[in-house]
Design a protein around this ligand. Structure first.
Ligand SMILES: NC(=O)c1ccc[n+]([C@@H]2O[C@H](COP(=O)([O-])OP(=O)(O)OC[C@H]3O[C@@H](n4cnc5c(N)ncnc54)[C@H](O)[C@@H]3O)[C@@H](O)[C@H]2O)c1
Length: 307
């Protein structure tokens, strides 16, 4: 008996990396899996149906059930096609794992409109597209959504497009969790660090290295990254992702988990950390008062310049 016997999972971007490991694991635990993957390059563009098919072949040869689906999730039609494949092939949808991702690391002064739009289309709109198509099916019997965000969303030198998309995913998930809770559907976010990854391209290391070694600022989130690199592996992330789909984690809803190797952390939702009040409301003149300015700058330094 597997934990997911009789259940149906859609996993986007499941032809490689974390999505692949998650598909193999969930199929091993009895889920019927829609293995979606466009098979494009790490920066978008291109397509290769063999990645999704290879994962399906692996699942089937191990005695599981899976179907390959090769739409790009970056459009509403693509998201609909992935969900339709689950319903047509397996008759239901229990778990929706939005894992597809691309990356286009560029400094903001070099980032084109296309760089921005394509990253948002895959990493954010693509998640909306599958949830929009899948929600009515998930509502029928309850289920789980797991959306892939990133520690890069905390702030990552050279990644304005990707950070924006991934933080958009977090906000969207908090809202979807509220809207679907009454139907027994949970929605959570994971922020993984994992390698090897198709997305670990030289541009990522160039921008990280410049921020840390030349500017000497924390390049990613508020943390320094060790020179040896992160030790997270796809199967670590897959394990937590599958667990988030299972009833074992039923108390987690609208939450975020950071996952890196053997480390899982519950991420705090943004909260006010200090407040100041003006009884009559703030005015610019009032804010220019020396005492008020001192109070509102909270005695903190500019952490990227040290001033
Ligand atoms: N690896 C990491 O350290 C890391 C860190 C933070 C966040 N993430 C996120 O985790 C997820 C998985 O990362 P990974 O390292 O396994 O990536 P990966 O590049 O190894 O796999 C991503 C897969 O998504 C597929 N894909 C890309 N665009 C698609 C589209 N439009 N439609 C369908 N499929 C598409 C690719 O073909 C690829 O197989 C991504 O969302 C990524 O942003 C990864």
């Amino acid at each position: 008996m597997g934990r997911f016997d009789g259940r149906v999972a859609v996993i986007t971007g499941a032809g490689r990396g974390i999505g692949r490991e998650t598909a193999l694991l969930m199929a091993r635990e009895g889920a019927k899996v829609v293995v979606n993957d466009l098979g494009g390059g790490p920066q978008g563009g291109g397509a290769d149906a063999s990645f999704a098919q290879q994962v399906v072949d692996e699942i089937v040869s191990a005695g599981g059930e899976a179907v390959a689906e090769t739409s790009s999730v970056a459009s509403m039609a693509g998201g609909q096609a992935v969900v339709d494949c689950a319903i047509k092939t397996f008759g239901r949808l229990d778990y929706l794992i939005n894992n597809a991702g691309i990356i286009r690391p560029r400094r903001i002064t070099e980032m084109s409109e296309e760089d921005f739009d394509i990253v948002l289309a895959v990493n954010l709109k693509g998640y909306f597209a599958t949830i929009r198509a899948g929600a009515e099916h998930l509502k029928k019997q309850g289920g789980a959504v797991v959306n892939f965000a990133s520690p890069s969303g905390f702030g990552h030198y050279g990644m304005a497009n990707y950070s924006a998309a991934k933080e958009g995913v977090v906000g969207m998930t908090r809202t979807v969790a509220r809207e679907l809770a009454e139907f027994g559907v949970r929605a959570n976010v994971v922020r993984p660090i994992s390698g090897p990854s198709n997305m670990n391209i030289p541009e990522v290391y160039e921008t990280l290295g410049y921020a840390m070694n030349t500017l000497k600022i924390p390049a990613l989130s508020n943390h320094w990254i060790g020179n040896s690199g992160p030790d997270g592996r796809p199967w670590n992330v897959a394990a937590v992702t599958a667990w988030l789909c299972s009833d074992l984690s039923e108390n987690l809803n609208g939450r975020e988990l950071y996952i890196n190797g053997g480390h899982v952390a519950l991420v705090q939702e943004p909260e006010f950390v200090r407040s100041q009040f003006a009884v009559e409301g703030w005015t610019f003149e009032g804010l220019c008062d020396e005492g008020t300015t001192r109070a509102l700058t909270w005695d903190i330094r500019n952490r990227f310049t040290g001033k």
